[in-house]
Design a protein around this ligand. Structure first.
Ligand code: FAD
Length: 469
């Protein structure tokens, strides 16, 4: 009888522990992807991108003489039905750690076990699983630097080779992913965002290779520059498991041994991703509620239709660095890390708006959306999270812009109104946005920001003071 390999966010053949375990049993392997309750709940861009990732993985499995059986419905029902149809004796998957996935997976595991089916989960999404890193007293880390110190010298097992997949004698029927309409809510998917994506395992490996050859050396200096393409771009692939974090870790270690200057900084960033999952595992409320209880009383604006929120989402705040970043995300599905910190700070501090509104907008727009990194990033920026910027430190968007975009290249690349002959990137934004936003390329740029740097700082500090922070 066959065994089932259930893929969720691990669209790769190399270094895939669940797939290797399924193949090692010697039985035929049926790879399965389910459009389940967790997938249905995704925001527009992440759902669209996940569908493309699954399609690319299906093609990769085809080349390897296998297939991806795609079904739609609640995970438990679908997996159970497949087990019954195929007579499979085991189901293997790689663990995920966000609350929605955990709830689903725990239910599936319990039900399969009760049916007498082996339900086996594996570690494949992170460099270090959340519970394998403990403080000296057996607790969890709330601050990044000691977390990093605890893991930096650890041995990390070598990536696993691509296994040989044995096909079953008969394939169970499945759907065509394209027919599911996972991109239905993503109006600008194919034309606008798609050219900025790198999809699939080969693309992800190419990205890592090019980064290690061309950019890792200067990464420590360049990674904060908004006007320099200095980072790896791998978050899009890591979030879909098109490359394993462990593979990236080993590439960074090799670069460090070769004396490449920025390699250690890259490894540290990679471990931020593990740290985000460490926090989500130990304090799952980080994805939904203020991590620090006292922030529940903070008088955030919670009106998602507030004109300030709309201006922020649409890149029309009049604060050019913020607008550039928001437009970059709308067009490319990504945003530079420094820019994420800046726009998050502007929304939560200058505009005194709840971080959840920003987090949700990111969850609708990002092709690298990750439940843990997004929640941690937002709470960190707002000041309500663990290891946050001190809440009273309010980024000044203007001085940040001078520092990280000194010649204004990044701003001009995305804000058409700033140039007489704007570049294609900037004009592509106006082609991408919905008509209902009432914005056109020829509109004059706001003469003043909705809330300027000094006023925003004062408002935020006043709000902290009146609340006794
Ligand atoms: P590189 O600089 O090349 O870094 C390599 C890898 O390290 C990244 O691919 C990523 O996996 C990891 N990494 C780097 N910085 C961080 C970080 N601060 N936190 C966690 N992991 C990190 N990242 C996401 O992947 N998905 C999100 O939804 C997301 N939302 C964010 C929201 C906010 C408000 C903030 C401040 C940050 C968010 N980040 C998120 C983290 C970070 O901005 C991105 O991981 C990074 O910009 C991705 O670009 P890169 O792959 O070129 O990164």
């Amino acid at each position: 009888p066959p065994v089932i390999y259930w893929t969720r966010r691990d669209f790769r053949l190399s270094d895939n522990p669940a797939l290797v375990a399924a193949c090692a049993s010697g039985a035929p392997v049926i790879p399965v992807f389910v459009c389940d309750e967790v997938v249905e709940g995704l925001g527009a861009a992440p759902k669209w991108r996940l569908g493309l990732g699954a399609e690319a993985f299906a093609a990769r499995l085809d080349e390897a003489g296998s297939r991806l059986v795609c079904r739609r419905g609640p995970a438990l029902e679908v997996i159970r039905a497949l087990v019954a149809e195929t007579g499979a004796t085991a189901v293997h998957w790689n663990r995920l750690y966000d609350p929605d996935s955990r709830r689903r997976d725990e239910a599936v595991k319990a039900a399969l076990k009760a049916d007498g089916i082996a339900a086996v989960s594996h570690a494949g999404h992170l460099v270090h699983e959340p519970w394998t890193v403990e403080t000296g007293t057996g607790g969890f880390y709330k601050v990044y630097t000691p977390f990093w110190k605890a893991v930096r010298g650890r041995d990390v097992a070598a990536p696993l080779a691509v296994p040989r997949l044995r096909a079953p004698e008969q394939w169970p029927p499945g759907d065509d992913i394209a027919g599911w309409g996972l991109g239905a809510a993503m109006d600008r998917g194919a034309d606008v965002v798609r050219p900025h994506c790198v999809i699939g395992e080969a693309g992800a490996q190419g990205r890592l290779g090019a980064f290690v050859v061309n950019r890792i050396g200067a990464y420590a200096e360049d990674r904060d520059r908004l006007d320099v393409d200095g980072t790896s771009g791998l978050s899009e692939n890591l979030t879909h498991g098109e490359i394993s974090a462990r593979t990236c870790w080993h590439a960074g270690m090799r670069a460090m041994e070769e004396g490449k200057a920025g390699a250690e900084t890259f490894l540290k960033e990679l471990i931020w991703r593990d740290f985000a999952y460490h926090l989500v595992h130990h304090t799952p409320h980080i994805t939904t509620r203020n991590w620090r209880e006292e922030w529940e009383a903070f008088p955030w604006n919670t009106d998602a239709d507030h004109p300030h929120v709309q201006a922020w989402q649409r890149g029309r705040t009049g604060m050019a660095i913020v607008d550039a970043a928001m437009r970059e995300m709308y067009v490319t599905g990504r945003m530079h890390n420094r820019a994420r910190m800046l726009v998050a700070s502007y929304l939560t501090k200058h505009l005194l708006t709840h971080w959840k509104i920003g987090m949700d907008w990111f969850a609708d727009c990002l092709v690298d959306w990750d439940p843990a990194s997004n929640a941690m990033g937002w709470q960190w920026s707002a000041g309500s999270g663990p290891d946050a910027t001190p809440y009273f430190r309010v980024f000044n968007p203007e001085t940040q812009a001078e520092k990280f975009d000194p010649l204004g290249r990044y701003r001009r690349a995305w804000v058409a109104e700033l140039s007489s002959r704007p570049p294609d990137t900037a004009t592509s934004y106006f082609a991408a946005i919905p008509r209902g936003w009432g914005m056109a390329a020829g509109d004059p740029y706001p003469r003043a920001p909705v809330v300027d740097a000094a006023e925003g700082r004062r408002r935020a500090l006043d709000a902290y003071e009146t609340r006794g922070f």
